[in-house]
Design a protein around this ligand. Structure first.
Ligand code: GCB
Length: 599
């Protein structure tokens, strides 16, 4: 294989490197929203792939898909005749030789197209983990970094009539300056993990819009609509037929139209997840989707939904189909996870620790589950690296852009368990919080923290980052990582922001379903009884928490994690699930269910 590398002369290598640097400047464009309502050609299905453990495909320029022209020509790669993978879907769970693979897989898909002059075309990716280099017909469109948010490239003048070919280099190698960084306790599923579509629009189209209730209001919508194209000044109408609303506005020279109207909405809540069909029509485009209206606030140490205090009965969920041991992406996957959360009695799901696919968000909203969406700013983030704040900003923008019209989303969580002593941590996260508020003034913002002291049966929450959170979110593993320091019902609390609501965003411990592995009072045997006792004690402790506004067990299902090495009990799984990966209910499930029923 390496013989072929020698055929590159030094000059060719230099030209190649230079062109590589130049095209690499193009990063994925901001993705349009609500692709469900657009004219789309799905590129889901079987893609040809080249598995490239050493990254040699870069030198071979596999995106050129060269074929022998002369009798003496040969090329040491080919998409044809090689393996195929399903898109969407992670590559690790599709081929046993890729189970633990963290590296490069090249994907190729051909599609037929007939050019229509009045159309614009966009190649839209739901997500690729972690870095995607995208080529069309041998030309580089650009790159995107970040495994959990959408991006697109306009291909209007690049597509040809007839057969076109898309090549995507996916690479899921952990990056020291990545989001997340090198270490994390979930499975690093790589590849094209979400839908791929080609979207057709008119020359000027509705690119983005924000339609939600104004902060503090139960009846006034405040928002905007953004057009993109040549004919930016247009008359625009928003219709909500069920409410007889026909609101008219106009876009300015920049294509931006203000939105401001009032109505007597039936408000969205977990008990009544009411959504209205909303139609947005400009002179050149029209989109529609189901949108709900609700108000979320914190006041006097409480969380208020539609002006009423609400206790957040939550559960943590990773984006994994437990039965398949694969990245979740479909509506069915979403239903499997969310129905279990509903059965537990939840009204909120914390979608840990990165933005989940849109099916999760839309299904949760439809089912009456509030949503906590989080950035993968997790533990070992290299805040001192100058590229990290830039990546955080971009990912924040992508997360909010996609889901800002989902009334179900009530919390943007900007970080989880970052280390207070990391250089530049506070500055970077305070800046990020300001940017989040500027993009979305409506939802709650939080940083999840586990830097508290737990001594003499007293918790001290001292981290000043809480000053920049609407919720004081604490991960604590009393009874598991940290032994109880006294009676759970006697725990004392000192909180740096005593006026704010407190949310226990993680607690729990591990158990292997089936119990009889050893003494119930010894952690090292992973018994269900040991986990159950942690839950019984935690529930007692909850009564001691000032301003307790919700709790969130870690977590719903056992899930795959390469950090979990115990060969008898863990077998590559984090066993803190209330349910096993097969869906068996552990004893702790029932403790939580009873607690939520009473709340
Ligand atoms: C945590 C992390 C979560 C881990 C969990 C655990 O504090 O936030 O991602 O997986 O603990 O199981 O240790």
């Amino acid at each position: 294989m390496f013989k072929s590398i020698k055929i590159f002369s030094n000059k060719r290598i230099l030209i190649f490197l230079f062109s590589f640097l130049l095209v690499d400047m193009v990063i994925g464009q901001d993705a349009m929203i609500n692709i469900q309502s657009r004219n789309a050609i799905s590129l889901n299905g079987q893609w040809n792939v080249i598995i490239d453990p050493t990254g040699v495909g870069e030198w071979l320029q596999v995106w050129l898909e060269k074929r022998p022209q002369k009798k003496t020509d040969f090329f040491e790669y080919s998409f044809d005749g090689g393996p195929v993978l399903k898109v969407p879907g992670d590559f690790n769970s599709q081929k046993s030789e890729l189970t633990f693979f963290e590296g490069t897989v090249w994907y190729r898909k051909k599609f037929n197209y007939t050019i229509q002059n009045e159309k614009r075309l966009f190649l839209h990716f739901g997500a690729v983990n972690y870095i995607a280099d995208v080529y069309l017909n041998g030309e580089k469109l650009g790159i995107h970094e970040g495994g959990f948010t959408p991006f697109q490239f306009e291909i209007t003048n690049k597509v040809k009539s007839g057969i076109n070919s898309i090549v995507v280099k996916t690479n899921n190698v952990r990056q020291k300056n990545g989001l997340p960084g090198l270490g994390y306790d979930w499975f690093n599923y790589g590849g094209i993990t979400r839908d791929v579509n080609i979207i057709e629009t008119g020359k000027t189209y509705i690119q983005d819009y924000s339609i939600q209730l104004k902060k503090g209001s139960l009846n006034t919508v405040s928002g905007w609509i953004q057009l993109d194209g040549l004919q930016l000044e247009q008359k625009i109408e928003i219709k909500i037929p069920e409410l007889n609303i026909q609101y008219k506005t106009k876009s300015d020279k920049k294509g931006l139209a203000p939105v401001d109207f009032s109505s007597g909405f039936e408000l969205w809540s977990p008990e009544n997840p009411k959504l209205y069909k909303v139609i947005i029509k400009s002179e050149t485009d029209s989109v529609s989707e189901n949108i709900g209206f609700r108000n979320i606030e914190v006041k006097e140490g409480k969380v208020l939904l539609n002006n009423h205090p609400i206790f957040l009965k939550a559960v943590n969920i990773h984006e994994e189909n437990p039965y398949k041991g694969a990245r979740a992406y479909s509506r069915d996957d979403a239903n499997l996870l969310l129905k279990a959360a509903k059965e537990l009695g939840c009204n909120l799901v914390r979608l840990a620790h990165y933005p989940h696919n849109e099916n999760m968000i839309r299904e949760a909203e439809r089912m009456g589950l509030m949503i906590w969406s989080e950035l993968p700013v997790y533990q070992h983030i290299d805040f001192a690296d100058s590229t990290v704040p830039v990546k955080m900003d971009r990912m924040l923008g992508e997360m909010i852009r996609r889901d800002k019209n989902r009334c179900g989303v009530v919390v943007w969580s900007l970080s989880n368990e970052t280390y207070p002593s990391t250089p530049n941590r506070d500055k970077a996260l305070v800046e990020l919080t300001k940017k989040c508020k500027a993009l979305d003034s409506v939802r709650l913002i939080t940083h999840v923290i586990n830097s508290q002291k737990y001594l003499s049966n007293s918790f001290e929450l001292w981290d000043t980052l809480y000053r920049h959170s609407d919720l004081v979110s604490i991960n604590e593993y009393a009874g598991w990582y940290v032994p109880w320091q006294g009676k759970p019902s006697d725990v004392k609390w000192k909180v740096v922001c005593p006026e704010k609501p407190v949310f226990i965003s993680e607690f729990g411990g591990e158990a292997l379903f089936g119990s009889d592995y050893g003494p119930a009072d010894e952690a090292a045997y992973w018994t269900e009884e040991y986990q159950e006792k942690i839950y019984i004690d935690q529930v007692k402790m909850f009564n001691t928490v000032p301003n307790l506004s919700g709790v969130c067990p870690w977590l719903l299902f056992d899930y795959r994690s390469l950090s979990r090495l115990h060969p008898v009990y863990q077998k590559g799984y984090n066993r803190k699930g209330l349910l096993s990966e097969k869906g068996d209910k552990k004893k702790a499930w029932y403790i939580m269910k009873v607690y939520y029923n009473k709340k």
